[in-house]
Design a protein around this ligand. Structure first.
Ligand code: GLC
Length: 712
């Protein structure tokens, strides 16, 4: 069906049929749903059983149910328009990938894209047309459980990772049956909720909104994301779900978004709870007039839009525009041509390999006092609450997995180095058992972590320091004079200020999916050289939050955070580990940053000319390894306070022992400009420091100048 035919189709539909397309229903009563579909009252079905699907087990997708619903829609409903089936395929299906925050630690969009392509195929093969992913909310607060679902604190990294996930889910054709429509969420500013409390309010200025929280959505639209989901939160008193400025003027008119907006779970009805709608009817009017296109499961649209149109409170023209967007996406993803699904055979081995490539590259080595990699012949002891764990290695927001594909850390160690292991069972650790059992073993692997149940939606923590019982275990093992290698399987960053001293090595394994344990063991024995870099700042303790690398210099020198001076009397101002940081088993040497031409006029920049700033990176160590070369920009003098650094480029390169490569970053208006407080993008004259190095604290810099015409 071409776009003109969509318009004609809409003209032929009754108002009730149109409103039916804007209603997403749940699948908890199959017979009732069949009746609703038959009457043309349903445009989409969400394959989730509860409001916090990420935390609860979910019914598996039953293809026969989907095909029967689709048959009724296509053959028996008044408009014969196919349904679009949506499900939260956040970071895996049968094959599970690292949680998204971990995926960002790979700094490798290509590896992530390929892995998400495999996940899209698995989901599409089960009849899922649409996923509510990627979540691209910038987050600077690890207390917020949903920080694991996003890609960290930086707009540029989040933009690149969000685009790679969208490209993974959606392919150029979109009609080959191996892609699913993606959904950029949660628009907008959800990650800024106060105190890391989920669903809370966010106070965000236009200045911050445009320079941080909006950027990943702009990038998602450039990647042609099919749908967008609103955030539950309110921005400075305005609930997003009823904001015409945010949902229509900014998202659709200014950014050119052509797909449709789906509400978050019952977000329309929740306007009543938020005290901005007196009842569900008024809530429906507010959201429809904001052009929130589809209503998830609360029935406000299907119950009231017809009456609201009759009362002149919502125009039929508005309904037509919303319906057009929905049909446009259904057409784009081939639902009219291929409404039914026939399952194909899948080679899961190939998908596992892609998941393993991801988990290899996300695991981040934070500390190594010459203990890693281990020699396979060395006798070691394995201890800790995560040693035999499987489910939590997969993280929150995943239920379609096959747990038989998952091995525990202990199982993989035993496969790899069986005879030289002292493996402690999963039981209460009785010290009078451990101490004699450890005997002369001088190296202990401590497998630590958090349950997937304490991150994700509405699972926020007031204290994100290493759990006390795990800290105690580390202290006591260290107290025996052993070398302690910590393997940390947490979804979020944790406060390591008190714990760090008890570890000789810290391997932050995140919750890295189906192949997590295989990657952990391969890295410990040096089969894989770790290359992860932190996508989010690691505080020393909860009290430092929020602490992030792209902060604004404070008015009094020495009062900055992230290392300048101190803000607290009882804590130094540096983070435990900075944004972009991660070690390798090898060493990388950086040449001084250099630049072809260190001055360009504003006119040249406006005409697309760019600064070319580069370095030569050499592998000077004993192992082949991957390094993420990072480029940061600092605007030294501007009409608004600007961050001390902003990531504007990164390149992950493989260097064999002794090899060197040149890495060049091109910086133009997009990278040097910013949105002022009035939402205007501006590139101002003046000097910029360009930093290139292995993390955000690098001082390898070069100065460039944007010259105004008057100075020239
Ligand atoms: C939840 C989440 C959202 C998810 C949706 C459907 O409340 O906020 O991210 O996609 O409902 O499960």
């Amino acid at each position: 069906m071409c776009l003109k035919e969509i318009t004609n189709k809409i003209r032929s539909m009754s108002l009730e049929e149109k409103i039916g397309q804007l209603n997403q229903a749940g699948l908890w009563d199959f017979e009732l749903l069949c009746e609703e579909v038959r009457k043309g009252r349903v445009g989409s079905v969400i394959l989730a059983d509860s409001a916090t699907a990420g935390n609860d087990e979910q019914q598996r997708v039953i293809i026969d149910q989907l095909n029967e619903l689709q048959r009724i829609a296509v053959e028996e409903s008044p408009s014969h328009i196919p349904l679009i089936f949506g499900r939260d395929i956040i970071h895996g299906y049968r094959t599970v990938l690292p949680v998204p925050l971990a995926a960002a630690a790979s700094f490798n969009p290509d590896v992530v894209e390929k892995a998400y392509r495999a996940v899209a195929y698995e989901a599409a093969n089960d009849g899922v047309h649409w996923t509510f992913s990627p979540m691209i909310d910038i987050s600077r607060d690890p207390r917020w459980g949903r920080c694991i679902e996003g890609f960290g604190e930086d707009p540029y990294l989040t933009s690149k990772m969000g685009q790679s996930v969208i490209r993974g889910f959606q392919n150029a054709d979109n009609k080959k049956g191996d892609s699913i429509a993606a959904c950029a969420k949660h628009y907008l500013g959800y990650g800024a909720v106060e105190g890391g409390r989920d669903y809370g309010k966010a106070e965000i200025s236009e200045y911050t909104l445009r320079n941080y929280y909006l950027k990943p959505f702009k990038a998602a639209i450039e990647a042609d994301v099919a749908t967008v989901m609103n955030s539950f939160s309110e921005i400075s008193g305005q609930p997003v779900v009823s904001s015409r400025y945010l949902l229509h003027d900014l998202l659709k008119d200014e950014l050119g978004f052509r797909g449709f907006v789906i509400s978050d779970w019952a977000a329309v009805a929740q306007l009543v709870t938020q005290g901005v709608a007196k009842d569900r009817k008024e809530a429906a009017a507010l959201s429809a007039n904001a052009e929130l296109d589809m209503d998830m499961v609360d029935g406000c649209y299907i119950d009231y839009l017809s009456g609201l149109v009759a009362e002149g409170k919502v125009s039929e023209e508005t309904i037509d525009k919303m319906v057009y967007r929905v049909l446009y996406i259904k057409e784009k993803f081939g639902l009219f041509e291929h409404p039914f699904i026939t399952r194909q055979k899948i080679d899961y081995q190939e998908h596992l390999e892609l998941s393993k490539q991801c988990s290899d590259e996300v695991i981040t080595l934070l500390k190594n006092k010459d203990v890693l990699p281990l020699d396979r012949s060395k006798k070691i002891a394995l201890l800790g609450p995560f040693l035999h764990e499987k489910r939590s290695l997969l993280g929150s927001w995943t239920w379609d997995f096959d747990i038989r594909m998952v091995k525990s850390i202990a199982e993989v160690f035993e496969e790899y180095a069986g005879r030289e292991l002292l493996v402690f069972p999963q039981s209460n650790y009785l010290w009078d058992d451990i101490i004699p059992a450890l005997g002369d073993v001088d190296t202990v692997i401590l497998a630590l972590g958090e349950s997937y149940r304490v991150s994700g939606e509405n699972n926020c923590l007031a204290n994100i320091d290493l759990p006390k019982e795990q800290l105690e275990l580390a202290k006591r093992i260290k107290g025996l004079g052993k070398k302690v290698i910590g393997v940390f399987c947490f979804g979020r960053p944790i406060g390591l200020g008190e714990a760090d001293i008890y570890f000789d090595a810290i391997l932050y394994a995140w919750q890295a999916g189906t192949c997590a344990a295989r990657s952990i063991v391969d890295i410990i024995y040096g089969k894989v050289n770790p290359s992860g870099k932190l996508p989010i700042t690691f505080p020393r303790s909860t009290g430092q939050i929020p602490i992030y690398y792209n902060y604004h210099t404070m008015p009094r020198n020495g009062m900055g955070y992230y290392g300048e001076g101190s803000n607290y009397l009882d804590c130094c101002s540096t983070p435990m580990y900075p944004f972009g940081y991660g070690m390798s088993y090898t060493k990388f040497a950086y040449s001084e940053a250099r630049c072809e031409k260190t001055a360009l006029t504003l006119e040249e920049l406006k005409n697309g000319k760019k600064f070319k700033v580069g370095v030569t990176v050499t592998n000077t160590g004993e192992y082949d390894g991957k390094e993420t070369v990072q480029c940061y920009v600092r605007d030294l003098l501007a009409t608004m306070a600007r961050p001390v650094r902003e990531l504007k480029g990164f390149s992950k390169i493989l260097l064999k022992r002794g090899e060197f490569k040149e890495v060049v970053f091109e910086l133009g208006s997009e990278e040097l400009g910013f949105y002022n407080g009035k939402g205007e993008f501006c590139v101002e004259p003046g000097e910029f420091d360009i930093f290139i190095g292995g993390d955000c604290t690098t001082n390898n810099k070069i100065k460039i100048t944007a010259v105004s015409e008057t100075e020239n």
